[in-house]
Design a protein around this ligand. Structure first.
Ligand SMILES: [Zn+2]
Length: 409
């Protein structure tokens, strides 16, 4: 059955939009392909594909790349995404600094810079340096037309208020209306996402190539702890957008009081800050995270003992998540998972195996990152591209300003 028939009841404009999104995602994943291949993979009529591709060529999204030889020696014109014309600015804000990147339409990094910030630096100072660096980065890569900015923020981020509710270990961020400030300074649409959700999107772009539609859970174990949960390509948000804030899931009801109001929150036991504190208490030292990570890599016994105690608690959290959500894959990310990734993974898998039903364990993949670069800044770019791919006609300059206003209503 033709896709058009299955969506009886939707208006023509909506169907056209959905078809465009579908074709854009096939082009992103497929590299160079032909109109016939796109029709086959999308289930759309050849005439629909021709119209969509014509629009995309006119808007500068795709280009023709010469002839391809297909079945029975038939030749067809190859088309692919033009990866050099458009760009996304991606910003990752973290507790100890920020990253800014330029990404092409397939989500490939063009350039990424990282800057550290002093402990408890005033948010206004951090924001001004981000704007300054972002403008410089776009100037250095000025051959691209920048369509939007994606931002990954440490959560919990409330979509309702547009602000960070808590950033453990920092002050003043909840006063700042992040999206408005960035839109004003950069003069482009800005899409904000909580960092674990953004990283989950980045992982999902990779994962869905082989596992379309399956549930992915990304577990960020860094200075804070959060999870991004993706079901059928969509983030599970909950009412005010804090679903997946598992850093504030209690693992000890008699534990110390947390800033969120609860007791014994996971973040206070398993974050990289908790790890450093634990090692420092044991060694009566004042080490930084980087110094502690070096000790762990070198096999220091005190540091290893602290690290694997943390992994024991993480395994319990992972078993809880498996029972709550039953995802196809759980990906461990952020700085705690980058120090000794293979040993950490095999230790945690061994512990989780004893904590869940055998059928559940055997059917769930537990992995470290599927990506070669920082999932958070990558995720910020994917968040923006996802939005643009949903309504490409708004961003690729085909319609008049009035038409755009009508379409966004
Ligand atoms: Zn808490």
């Amino acid at each position: 059955m033709e896709r058009e028939d299955r969506f009886l009841g939707y208006n023509q404009e909506k169907i056209q939009g959905m078809n465009r999104t579908l074709v854009l995602n096939l082009l992103r994943k497929g590299g160079i392909c032909s109109r016939t291949q796109l029709a086959k993979e999308s289930g759309l009529k050849q005439a629909t594909i021709t119209n969509i591709v014509n629009d995309f060529i006119e808007w500068g999204i795709v280009k023709e790349t010469g002839f391809l030889t297909g079945d029975k020696g038939r030749r067809s014109i190859g088309i692919s995404m033009d990866q050099s014309t458009f760009g996304i600015l991606a910003v990752r804000l973290a507790r100890r600094g920020f990253s800014i990147g330029v990404f092409d339409m397939c989500g490939n990094p063009v350039k990424i810079i990282r800057r550290s910030a002093a402990q408890n630096q005033d948010p206004e100072t951090v924001i001004s340096s981000i704007f300054k660096e972002a403008v410089e980065l776009m100037r250095d890569n000025s051959e691209r037309h920048y369509l939007a900015c994606g931002i990954a923020l440490p959560g919990p981020y409330s979509f309702k208020s547009g602000r960070i509710e808590i950033m453990t270990g920092t002050k003043g961020w909840h006063e700042i209306a992040i999206r408005e400030r960035f839109e004003e300074a950069l003069d482009m649409p800005v899409f904000v996402e909580q960092d674990a959700n953004a990283a989950a999107f980045a992982q999902y772009w990779k994962f869905e190539e082989e596992h379309p539609g399956e549930m992915l859970l990304y577990l960020a174990v860094g200075p804070g702890i959060g999870a991004g949960i993706i079901q059928k390509g969509q983030i599970l948000r909950g009412r005010i957008g804090v679903a997946g804030e598992i850093g504030h899931m209690s693992v000890n009801y008699k534990g110390p009081k947390c800033v969120c109001g609860n007791r014994g929150c996971l973040e206070n036991y398993c974050s990289s800050r908790a790890f450093v504190d634990k090692v420092n208490r044991k060694k009566k030292a004042l080490l930084s995270f980087e110094e502690t990570a070096i000790l762990l890599k070198e096999g220091d016994s005190d540091t290893e003992a602290c690290f694997f105690e943390i992994c024991d608690i993480l395994a319990i959290a992972i078993a809880n998540l498996m029972n709550c959500f039953n995802p196809s894959v759980i990906i461990l990310g952020d700085e705690m998972s980058h120090i000794i990734p293979e040993r950490m993974l095999s230790y945690i898998r061994g512990k989780v195996k004893d904590l869940v039903l055998p059928a559940l364990y055997e059917d769930t993949l537990i992995s470290t990152s599927l990506l070669p670069i920082d999932s958070f800044v990558h995720g910020a770019a994917v968040v923006a591209w996802n939005q643009i791919f949903t309504k490409p006609e708004l961003y690729f300059n085909k319609y008049s300003e009035d038409e755009k206003k009508r379409l966004t209503r």
